[in-house]
Design a protein around this ligand. Structure first.
Ligand code: CU
Length: 164
């Protein structure tokens, strides 16, 4: 009984400390690589998984369809270059996204709704994950890097994904 009482006090103290720290010191705490937004309770995202394979110059998803709810992309970069994995919701075909002069996708275009993204996926790495919560509709996944004048999107690093 005495032990339980002490534990309650300790837990309360941690929670209070975490709140005051998080609100006042940017860069601390549970920041997520890539800066993407994370849905509340995402650690319990035990939903379906989709295997994503990237290389020069394609992205393949297996399966290419999913059901609404929590979903985790397990991303392998089988290529020789660093890539990124961007998910947007759009009714446009994956090869018809609005682009800028350099060939990259204009992510500010109102026809695209940002979902989330995983940046800096190193060549040869296979342990990258991106957990999202998706509603029914059409999505496009692509890499939007432009390196040495080469747009990875323009080269073919894009594919579509359907959520039912
Ligand atoms: Cu790329």
């Amino acid at each position: 009984m005495g032990i339980r009482h002490v534990m309650v006090l300790v837990v309360t103290g941690v929670l209070v400390g975490a709140c005051s720290t998080a609100s006042n010191s940017p860069g601390q705490g549970n920041s997520v690589a890539g800066g993407g937004s994370v849905a509340p309770g995402s650690s319990a995202a035990a939903g379906a998984t989709v295997a994503a394979a990237m290389k020069e110059w394609s992205i393949t998803l297996d399966p290419a369809t999913g059901t609404a709810g929590a979903l985790t992309f397990n991303i392998a970069n089988n290529g020789s270059f660093t890539h990124e994995f961007i998910v947007v919701k759009t009714d446009l075909a994956d090869d018809k996204l609005p682009t800028k002069a350099d060939g990259s996708v204009d992510q500010s275009d109102p026809q695209l709704t940002a979902v989330d993204e995983k940046e800096d996926i190193a060549a040869g790495s296979t342990d990258n994950t991106l957990a999202v919560t998706l509603t029914p509709g059409q999505y496009v996944v692509f890499c939007n890097l432009v390196v040495s004048g080469t747009s990875h999107y323009a080269q073919g690093l894009h594919t579509s994904f359907t959520v039912n």
